[in-house]
Design a protein around this ligand. Structure first.
Ligand code: GAL
Length: 892
């Protein structure tokens, strides 16, 4: 038996796809509460004419799984059902939606369209029991002509939505499976002689200066248009200066308006250009996501995304992996973000069966593919921000994608076409890769990538600019190594930047639920929690790092000169205020404004620097550079051997060697196994000797893993120095240790009733956490926060909160203060729980504070890398020392 939703076909009864236009014609929003009935199978037993009186109510837009019907499920690549296209499981959850509508009386004559902006995954719509059409393409707009079906009185609108359909095979994006009417619904009046569609191509001639414009409108009546500025006077649009102009197009029946931007995207000489200048994406991949509402994102959430992106110097978004809510594109136009808009096509699950039966190469799916591409391009063709079309994601390769590329190039020659899966660049205008290593990226930058078999094709690809449609996997704590990517991008004009994977953690609800938390049997765990912002959009340290790495102004000290590099393509530094300050110890002793003559776009300039150590120079809040003052060594009195039971107000519960960390998700994909094999997580201590001499109380301890003969020889030396204590620790690695260590130092457990409320004040890098390959955003200074605030609440608990280059700290509890001063800068993490607790927790709320404060003092730590999908920690960020000496003075 074949159900309608198993027939591979474009929408039926749908009006031609067209641009989203602001209009003075009537628009009636149908968002709000609808009647709703849910059924675990497609046979709902509900008649389309049934108005649904007495049924439950559900908000539209929304996903039914988030209102208690069925449950969300997360898979990355795997389809959660057998691959048997176009068939889907009998257990096909189905939602029946009802709403009474009334055609507004003032909508005289003309037609009425019913518009859906997003319904997941297949639906049929009826008016008073009469079918108006069917549609799929979950993240694509569709309109039905319902003119003849509306009576003018109360009409029953019925929508039956099936969770699974043939379309699900094209919607295997790495995200939650969530269903229902999740974007807005509206009734649109189309007056006779109105304007059905407008196509604007607004270019900018950067040589002559001035705009070029072509306007095509679809109407049965004569059309006029008017631009809010003469073309010769328009300013170009760019993400740096998103200048928009109002274009009004009218007939005597309707006026529509568009905010258009003048810009020309081109590929010239192997480079990607915008208005003649290099177009380098410093971008992110963004899914529509909200922790409470899934893909039904509010306008506020979209505004927040855009504001955060702009604040963090992000200039581009790839709408992975489907067209976003149309409002998001308006925001990109208005606030300045370049958009690679991607079509709602991903057939990734077929890769697990060697791409057998992949729809991308099956003629039976050709019309559906083309329909999807057309609906995206037609809706968003006038968006200034959209600078590139993407055919989809991870769908293999085949004739249907090639046909979509051809159609797009013909329909819209003004924008290059992208698709990462066209590895030979047979049909696309840019070469795209995901997660290349640094060396590979540099080789591509130099045009030295391995050759394709076909020389002509190879020549063509080698002549194309390259983008990383995904890099810098932001899962858990990370990504590390972004500065290294940026350096490679900077060095090679062929490289047009890239897009971090990804913008937001898709953790659901307050708790940040991930795969498996809903009892799914097939799932991919926390792989969906891989964003630069946490689910509630709180910026993670990874976002701060990315912002610092991609900052449009860069500062460097070179002897007694400051080098100011302007990385903007169109903007000078004339509005940037450069400041300097001198600090001694932790106090600012002098400050002022630095006179830096304006630096033009893509150029740099040297200016003299004020002399002296402890110098910080800032470029507004965009960039900083420091020449830290060396910390003054602590004055230590004469030493006497001693064994403290208490440090300041805190009784000591334990002091141990610390060579372990709660693995990050990047560690899990790389170093963790080697660390566990080496037994770093389960070192066994044996005291070799305890003795006092004239100066020290000495304790020598051997730490070794079960079953192995390698280990650490450690000597702890304690002495009293007046009111203070000295601790020196010598650590020697013994045996065959060829691996980088997570960290190397000591962990002190201190007793205190409310460890999270202890106030932590330190001198070192801050205020955020930092690791050897993620420290562009932190600066030397004195910082204070509670221990609780010093934890980064990653959705999946893991190593976090390291503060680097710390020279001293104070821990304050109601019982008093403890000052700790290092002879040399050290790595610090202070936690209200142990590493073991952190490692075992699956969710943040599994972590509970006890009565111990854990103070981790390390000679060094290993960086983060991005091995959960991408390169491991670079050798330069690995901690490999064979010996370490730590020395601290503790005073109350
Ligand atoms: C890519 C894919 C993304 C995401 C990422 C890993 O292959 O395009 O959707 O799955 O890997 O998080």
């Amino acid at each position: 038996m074949t159900a309608a939703y198993e027939i591979i076909a474009p929408p039926t009864g749908a009006a031609p796809a067209r641009a989203r236009l602001a209009t003075d014609a009537g628009v009636l929003s149908l968002d709000g509460l609808w009647r709703f009935a849910w059924s675990p199978t497609a046979e709902t037993g509900r008649a389309p004419a049934d108005p649904g009186e007495g049924w439950d109510e559900i908000p539209v837009p929304g996903h039914w799984q988030l209102y208690g019907y069925g449950s969300p499920a997360y898979t990355n690549v795997r389809f959660p059902f057998p691959i048997d296209p176009p068939r889907v499981p009998e257990a096909n959850p189905t939602g029946e939606y009802r709403r009474v509508v009334r055609r507004p009386e003032e909508w005289d004559g003309g037609r009425v369209l019913l518009r859906f902006d997003g319904v997941d995954s297949w639906f049929e719509v009826w008016v008073n029991g009469v079918s108006a059409g069917t549609s799929s393409g979950s993240r694509l707009t569709v309109e039905f002509d319902v003119t003849g079906l509306l009576t003018g009185g109360d009409d029953v609108l019925a929508v039956r939505v099936h969770q699974w359909s043939f379309g699900s095979y094209l919607e295997d994006q790495d995200q939650w499976w969530l269903s229902g009417i999740f974007r807005s619904v509206a009734l649109l009046h189309r007056p006779d002689g109105g304007i059905d569609d407008v196509r604007v191509v607004a270019g900018y001639d950067h040589i002559k200066g001035g705009g070029t414009l072509s306007v095509e409108a679809t109407s049965t009546r004569p059309v006029r248009w008017e631009l809010s500025s003469p073309l010769t006077e328009v300013q170009p649009w760019s993400a740096e200066n998103p200048q928009l102009y109002r274009l009004e197009v009218s007939t005597d029946a309707e006026t529509v308006s568009l905010d258009i931007g003048f810009r020309t995207v081109s590929v010239e000489g192997g480079r990607l250009l915008l208005n003649g200048a290099p177009l380098v994406f410093r971008g992110v991949n963004r899914h529509d996501f909200d922790p409470q509402c899934g893909r039904a994102v509010s306008r506020e959430a979209m505004e927040r995304d855009v504001a955060l992106m702009k604040q963090h110097h992000i200039n581009a978004v790839r709408t992975s992996h489907y067209p976003p809510d149309p409002y998001f594109l308006q925001l990109c136009d208005r606030h300045g973000l370049y958009v690679v808009e991607e079509c709602d096509i991903e057939t990734h699950g077929f890769s697990l069966v060697d791409w057998r039966g992949n729809p991308s190469d099956d003629p039976a799916w050709a019309d559906v593919y083309l329909d999807r591409m057309r609906r995206m391009v037609e809706r968003d063709k006038n968006a200034a921000g959209v600078v590139m079309w993407s055919l989809g994601n991870e769908s293999g390769w085949g004739r249907n994608l090639a046909a979509n590329a051809r159609w797009t190039a013909e329909r819209d020659p003004s924008r290059p076409v992208h698709y990462e899966g066209d590895a030979d660049c047979e049909s696309v205008d840019v070469y795209s890769r995901m997660y290349p290593g640094y060396d590979e990226l540099a080789a591509i930058g130099r045009g030295e990538e391995p050759a394709l078999a076909d020389p002509a094709r190879d020549r063509r690809r080698r002549g194309l600019p390259m983008i990383m449609c995904e890099y810098g996997h932001a899962m858990g704590n990370g990504p590390g190594g972004l500065a290294e990517y940026e350096a490679v991008i900077d060095a090679h004009p062929r490289l047009a930047g890239g897009f971090i994977w990804e913008w937001i953690d898709h953790g659901l609800g307050e708790k940040g639920l991930y795969g498996g938390d809903f009892g799914e049997t097939v799932h991919d765990g926390s792989f969906v929690i891989d964003g630069l912002v946490l689910p509630d959009r709180a910026p993670s340290p990874g976002l701060a790092e990315f912002a610092a790495v991609i900052a449009p102004v860069r500062l460097r000290m070179d002897g007694d000169e400051l080098v100011v590099e302007n990385r903007w393509s169109f903007t000078s530094t004339e509005k940037v205020v450069f400041g300097w300050s001198l600090s001694a110890d932790d106090m600012v002793i002098d400050e002022g404004v630095l006179d830096v003559p304006a630096v033009g776009p893509l150029s740099s300039r040297r200016v003299p620097l004020p002399p002296g150590p402890g110098l910080t120079v800032t470029a507004g809040d965009i960039a900083f550079v420091q020449r830290p003052a060396p910390a003054a060594p602590a004055a230590i009195g004469s030493l006497k051997p001693a064994r403290p039971a208490k440090l300041g107000p805190f009784p000591i519960a334990s002091l141990t060697l610390d060579a372990w960390r709660a693995p990050t998700e990047n560690d899990r994909a790389s170093l963790e196994e080697r660390w566990r094999t080496a037994g770093l997580h389960q070192l066994v201590a044996r005291t070799v000797e305890e003795r006092s001499d004239e100066t020290w109380w000495r304790r020598r301890v051997h730490y070794g893993p079960p079953g192995l003969d390698s280990g650490f020889d450690v000597e702890y030396r304690w002495a009293a120095a007046g009111e203070a204590y000295r601790l020196e620790v010598d650590i020697d690695r013994r045996g065959e240790w060829r691996l980088p260590l997570p960290r190397l130092g000591v962990a002190l457990a201190l007793r205190t009733p409310a460890p999270g409320s202890v106030w932590l004040d330190w001198l070192g890098l801050g205020p955020g956490e930092s690791y050897p390959d993620s420290r562009a955003a932190v600066r030397h200074g004195r910082y204070g926060m509670t221990v609780r605030e010093a934890q980064t609440p990653y959705v999946v608990p893991q190593e976090n909160g390291n503060r680097s280059a710390v020279s001293r700290l104070t821990l304050s509890s109601p019982d008093g203060d403890l000052h700790i001063e290092g002879d040399k800068p050290f790595d610090l993490a202070v936690r209200p729980w142990s590493t073991t607790q952190l490692e075992k927790a699956r969710h943040a709320d599994d972590l509970t504070e006890g009565n111990l404060l854990w103070v981790h003092l390390a000679a060094g730590v290993t960086g983060l890398g991005s091995a959960s999908c991408g390169p491991a920690v670079r050798p330069s960020a690995e901690y490999r020392a064979a010996q370490a000496r730590l020395a601290f003075t503790f005073s109350g």
